[in-house]
Design a protein around this ligand. Structure first.
Ligand code: FDP
Length: 327
């Protein structure tokens, strides 16, 4: 184990600025703690819901609240994040106004899986905080293309941490006997095309026509290009993208007409789509609304939702053609 590269050594060797390294190590330490709490959740009573709803009107699970507290407190006590914003908090918090980075997160993605012992994740986006300007929710409305770093943790049979500081995407695994993440796959490359798709197909009736026709295309037998695809949908965005990052394919949550108040699909731009997009793009993949790159959207709200197609370049490009009705 000693000759393995730990997360802090990796960040030092890659020339990552010290303040950014500190932010990422704080996120990793919080992830370690969340991983431990998840393992204990069945006996500690942290399963089920709190009975409340979050800013988006969604049922809050006890582990959503606990994971959010763990991340917020980790950044508060480390003092290395200027601001934090979270899926679970209506307004961002100003923590250390002079710190050069701000952090946005989905503390527990796919939390409906907690009660059945399924995989869940955390997603973290790191932005540069404006120097000398007043910190406000507006200062967090930055395009994904400008992110300083992104990472996710996938809490499955093992805990994986996948990160990028803009120099490729790298996979680490948590040593269950310690507190350290070790590099297990440097410079991940997503396969150019895959054999699986992940989407909530039960809601297909509500998808708009381009997305429905894309599903029909994926399911149509065609020997020459390996169709039909297989479906793999876990109910956790992080877990589904983790599979696709390693094995290829596409995850999508398109715009749908299920809820007229949410005409843009379900996933949040700033702390779900943008960081996952950076990680997939840095591995050679694509992240698109179906009409253009996620990384180029100028956010207008902290909790803004956008349609998402993410994964291998082959499948995302085809999805864009269906969206554009050129196929
Ligand atoms: P959850 O609300 O359980 O946190 O980001 C939200 C998310 O899960 C994704 O992880 C998941 O892919 C998706 O929503 C599941 O939503 P549907 O039930 O609508 O498929």
């Amino acid at each position: 184990m000693n000759d393995r590269t730990g997360l802090s050594r990796f960040l030092a060797d890659s020339g990552t600025p010290q303040e950014l390294t500190r932010v990422l190590l704080t996120a990793a330490a919080a992830g370690t703690r969340i991983s431990r709490e998840l393992r204990r959740s069945g006996i500690s009573g942290e399963t089920g819901s709190t009975g409340g709803t979050n800013v988006q009107g969604e049922l809050v699970k006890k582990m959503d609240t606990l994971a959010n507290q763990i991340l917020v407190e980790a950044f508060r006590s480390a003092g290395d994040a200027a601001m934090v914003a979270s899926e679970e908090m209506e307004e961002p918090l100003i923590l250390a106004p002079d710190a050069p980075y701000s952090v946005l997160f989905d503390p527990l993605d796919g939390s409906s899986n907690v009660d059945i012992g399924g995989s869940v994740g955390s997603i973290i986006s790191v932005q540069r905080a404006p120097r000398g300007a007043e910190l406000s929710r507006e200062s967090l409305l930055q395009k994904g293309a400008g992110q300083a770093a992104a990472c996710y943790l996938n809490y499955g049979p093992s805990t994986a941490l996948v990160l990028s500081v803009g120099l490729g995407t790298h996979l680490f695994c948590l040593d269950p006997d310690g507190e350290d993440f070790f590099l297990t796959l440097p410079s991940v490359r997503i396969p150019g095309r895959g054999r699986v798709y992940a989407t909530n197909e039960g809601q297909r009736t509500y998808y708009h026509p381009g997305a429905r026709r894309f599903v029909e295309y994926l399911q149509a037998p065609e020997k020459s290009d390996g169709r039909p695809y297989s479906t793999r949908y876990s109910g956790c965005f992080v877990t589904d993208v983790h599979r696709i990052l390693l094995e290829g394919g596409i995850y999508f949550y398109p715009a749908d007409s299920r809820d007229p108040k949410r005409p843009h699909g379900k996933l949040r731009l700033l702390y779900e789509c943008a960081p996952m997009g950076m990680l997939v793009e840095q591995a050679g993949g694509k992240a698109s609304t179906g009409k253009g790159p996620i990384s180029e959207i100028q956010p207008t709200e902290i909790h803004q939702r956008v349609p998402l197609y993410i994964g291998s370049p082959h499948e995302v490009s085809i999805a864009e053609e269906f969206e554009a009705e050129s196929r």
